[in-house]
Design a protein around this ligand. Structure first.
Ligand code: AMP
Length: 422
């Protein structure tokens, strides 16, 4: 199977050949012809499945076939939950669209940076806008963006877009779109809220499923080259254990997940003090600092990126060999998102989870949800001694440890089984 055989024209096929894509991935095989045919698509496609190209390539082809940009109007709207993911998609548009004979105009509409340049860019209209919901609404309010002639809507990471922090904005945006349009919905997981939205939004969709847990009938499970490990360790030995793992494995770079911004800053600081180049990535850094941390990690100027789920969502780091769950994800769904950062596009990867006495029960829940039964490993010198969950702090809040408003929101989201907002 080749890209042209799916109906893609030469300029797009040449662009993906340049990128070294030899054949379409399963989600691309199924979604591209459907999108080109103007159909709605409901895709259960995880991280690393090639879903970005699955929607961008046919959209670029359709947009370039029929020119027609109007001031402030946008023809294809891609909504995503995080700025980083928006930036990556925007970069992918540049790569995939580079040989199109009629260049397309795409704009990025994300928060955390000044809205002015985005408003200027939108003045003459855009073929594509890649946006986070909050900024898209702001731009609509400012009269810089009009959504009444959107021909195609993409909801990427739809499960995340439906988390409590976004659902309201998403509903308001959907109300601004024309009733007749093409809808493409991509989600790695399908909690009930996504099913409801899909039923409301999509018209006779082509269903695409390439998740290992639900392969299409008659097809073998998609091979996922992720080795999953669970290491038992005491809570306060996790940073030394992480250092040990970094010493004993030849990982070029590692994404480490922690539960809070304090955790991210703290672990990154400890690693840096130990001479390991590390950066923290969390939602409370400035946009510039976030971009810099990701760029440094991508260029392997830093070996370890210590991130919260928020910030790491949708990150596509080439050849990432390892992911470490320093803290376990609160929501079982996020476990899949996290480990999907490695083993992308056919490469192998390892996902290590640190399991402490107090998180063992939670890890068992994660295992049950994902039909896993991982052997518990112990590393010499780091054998756990904690027996029971440590008692709660009797003094209540410690400075800097008190739950932030966002933490509370995230906990509520986790308790409701939905993933969290950035
Ligand atoms: P995505 O799931 O869209 O985040 O894509 C994950 C990674 O796979 C990205 O680095 C893409 O560049 C890469 N990729 C997408 N499609 C293909 C393909 N057909 N062959 C090889 N790599 C691909």
């Amino acid at each position: 199977m080749t890209f042209p055989s799916l109906g893609l024209q030469e300029p797009l096929a040449r662009a993906v050949a340049d990128l070294g894509y030899e054949a379409p991935t399963p989600v691309q095989r199924e979604a591209i012809p459907a999108v080109l045919g103007g159909r709605d698509v409901l895709a259960c496609a995880g991280t690393g499945s090639g879903k970005t190209a699955a929607f961008l390539l046919p959209i670029l082809q359709a947009l370039s076939a029929h020119p027609g940009r109007m001031p402030r109007q946008v023809r294809a709207l891609v909504l995503v939950p995080t700025r980083e993911l928006a930036t990556q998609i925007s970069e992918a548009i540049g790569r995939y669209g580079r040989y199109l004979t009629r260049p397309l105009k795409s704009c990025l509409a994300v928060g955390g940076v000044s809205a002015n340049p985005q408003m200027m860019a939108l003045r003459g209209g855009a073929d594509l806008v890649v946006a986070t919901p909050g900024r898209a609404l702001d731009l609509v309010k400012q009269n810089a963006l009009r959504l009444s002639s959107v021909e195609t809507l993409v909801l990427d990471e739809a499960d995340q877009l439906l988390s409590p922090g976004f659902a309201d904005e998403l509903t308001r945006l959907l109300a601004l779109l024309p009733a007749r349009r093409q809808n493409l919905l991509f989600s790695a997981t399908f909690p009930p809220a996504v099913r409801t939205l899909a039923a409301r939004l999509l018209h006779e969709p082509t269903r695409v499923s390439v998740e290992p847990s639900s392969p299409p009938a008659g097809e073998p499970e998609a091979p996922r080259a992720i080795e999953q490990r669970a290491i038992e360790v005491d809570t306060d030995k996790r940073t030394p254990l992480l250092r040990r793992l970094l010493e004993t494995h030849a990982w070029s770079h590692v994404l480490v997940f922690v539960a809070s911004r304090h955790g991210a800053d703290h672990v990154a600081l400890k690693l840096n003090r130990a001479g390991i180049a590390a950066a923290a990535l969390h939602g409370e850094l400035s946009q510039g600092a976030r971009t810099q941390a990701v760029a440094d990690f991508q260029a392997q100027r830093v070996k370890v990126l210590v991130a919260t789920d928020v910030a790491a969502r949708g990150l596509d780091i080439a050849r990432l060999p390892a992911v470490v769950n320093y803290d376990l994800p609160r929501s079982t769904v996020d476990y899949l998102h996290r480990i999907g950062r490695t083993g992308r596009a056919g490469q192998t990867g390892v996902a290590v989870s640190f399991v402490t006495a107090s998180t063992e029960a939670h890890f068992r829940l994660i295992e049950r949800r994902h039909h896993l039964a991982l052997p518990r490993e112990r590393i010499a010198g780091f054998e756990p001694t904690e027996l029971a969950p440590p008692p709660l702090d009797p003094h209540g809040g410690v400075k800097g440890k008190r739950k932030s408003k966002k933490d509370k929101l995230r906990e509520a989201a986790a308790a409701s089984g939905l993933p969290r907002k950035s």
